[in-house]
Write a protein that binds this ligand. Sequence first.
Ligand SMILES: [Ca+2]
Length: 354
Amino acid sequence: MRRIALAAGIVAALAGCWYEVRLPLGAVACEADSDCGEDGLICRLGRCGCSDPAKGGFDCTTTCPAGRTGLDCNACLDPRFGGDYCSTCIAPHFEADCETCERGYRRDGAACVDIDECATDNGGCLHGATCSNTAGGRTCGCTGDWSGAVCGCPKGMIGLEGGSFVRGDGADEQSVVLSPFCIDPTEVRASAFAGAGEGATPATGMNWAQAKDFCAGVGKRLPTEAEWEFAARGADGRLFPWGDDAPTCERAAFGACGVDSPATVGSFASGASPEGVQDLAGNVWEWVADCFAPYGADGERNPRADAADCTHRSVRGGGYSSPGASLRSGDRSKLAETNGREDLGFRCAMDVVP
Ligand SMILES: [Ca+2]
């Protein structure tokens, strides 16, 4: 049996007879087809569902195998849980035995009951984010002019919770602690950098001071090197923003893809981090705020290397002509801060607004 991901208010499953629209417990489901409010749904035994084979359902009163003719067909396979072998499990049960519960539910006898993940400590949601229980588990979110799991980031930026993580790749590693911060979801576009035009490819060719000044001009700043790496790596230590799988041309623009210019920003949805930060790996290298220097002692909070005599800044993520290894979340390279390159751009970050 195939497990189908559930969106709130949608459906249970079904490889079997009936495609049932999921409704809150105790809800008056329907008395007539018109109550179901959507084309292709019909009211049957008080519930809305689909009998259209094209949508995964069919009417089991006529098509169930002999001996498996449950009237409802909205039951589990397993008769212990009301099953009639005609259909698959009713959400929130899933799996063939109907004994496992979806995320967000726990077993209580034969039933799956809601876990209120928001009941304790606001579900761990920070900085004014609202916790809501959904079929997929707890979700932290903001309303109005704020966005992301961390409220306090302007719409259009992504809020990251920060915390402890280990940065570095190999010999030079450091455990650091970051405060929550906001980061642009993509590299800065050429059109934005120039102040006009439609170009959706990244701005490139600027030196470090020009990148820094642009961010300051829009009320932001360059990400610190640790923030940039946290966005790519996460607290779970991903080798690449999307996980540990090696880069492919579906996930990122890099040397193996044979391109000689950057792609439109945000072209590689499958290369995004879990929080939705795109193009960290590949497309264009990115300036960060830090001077290139060895990492410091473990436990540093919000580190930023910025010596007065700094000449070389860190650049991160690799570009469209880089080898795959340069795309690793922990990989770093350096460049004289007065240089620019056609495969080097930047993105901006900012502190969370209290
Ligand atoms: Ca990049």
